[in-house]
Design a protein around this ligand. Sequence first.
Ligand SMILES: [Zn+2]
Length: 323
Amino acid sequence: MKLTKNQAIRIAQKVYGKQDERVKEIEHMYRDTQSKVINDVDAFMGANKSWTAKASPDEIANFLANLKDTFYNASADDQNLIKIAYGSNELRTNGDMLMANITRDVVRQSMAQKIHLGVSTKNIPDVVNASTYHQATKVLRNNRHISEQSKNVDAIIYKSVQNATLDSHVDSDMFSSINKQTMQTLRKVRDVAEMAAKSPKDSLNWKTTISNILTGGDKATDGQMGRAAGLIRTATAQAMNRTRLQDFHSRGVKKYKYISLEAQNTCADCDALDGQIFNVEDAEEGVNFPLMHPNCQCTVIEINDDDDWDNSDYDVTDELDEL
Ligand SMILES: [Zn+2]
């Protein structure tokens, strides 16, 4: 499908730009996980449990049954993460159980995040390969409808059991980034929870500390949630641009024009490339083809030698679509 500059920009904005729903979904998931972690620590403190006393056999049995169920349904990558995350976590004392519960919360967050990444990129080929711009926006609207249903971690994991998908347009190193960040987050959260649970009287700020780690609390950084949001933007933008390049190759398109979305906070480096024309056969990601950097919001449109209509910012369909 041939797009005008304005159409390409509008699609990019819906997929990974300012109108992106996927980032909001990530934020929901992180707040959900944060509540779970805080509830686990609260429950421990509220019951005045001793850290070193033996845990109830029922609690241990329930926990193990759930963990085995999760493990059985997990992808190979997630099974590996589960093994690493629980490491030498024994299940003897109340303290062990609290650590295991927190590990479960953070690992499930990671699993849901990877599924979300797969789902978010899965329909991008349908957008890129749609026959008309109108069709592409229709696909996008349907995607949004589907994604609105999966804002909590348990629902996402439950849904994925039926159809675990790994999109070929998602770099496998994105999954290892998520795993690495999960382990770092887990170590920090466990440390805070352990300190709070061992000496409840001295640990007034533990909830704030946990919020800072997971969602940034009141800080501008957004903590781990902010890093996860950056990752989903990068993944969807990368999937869309890679699929478009494949489409150019398969349709024998010779040239493309680089388009920077001119977002205020991103792509300052890409401004210089905006409007430049390159040969499709010379396209190289990170050199003259987006993405140029993480969080890059640039895109491309095809250019043909025999016409120059797409060098204009306006065309009739575009104008009518605005009505
Ligand atoms: Zn850029």
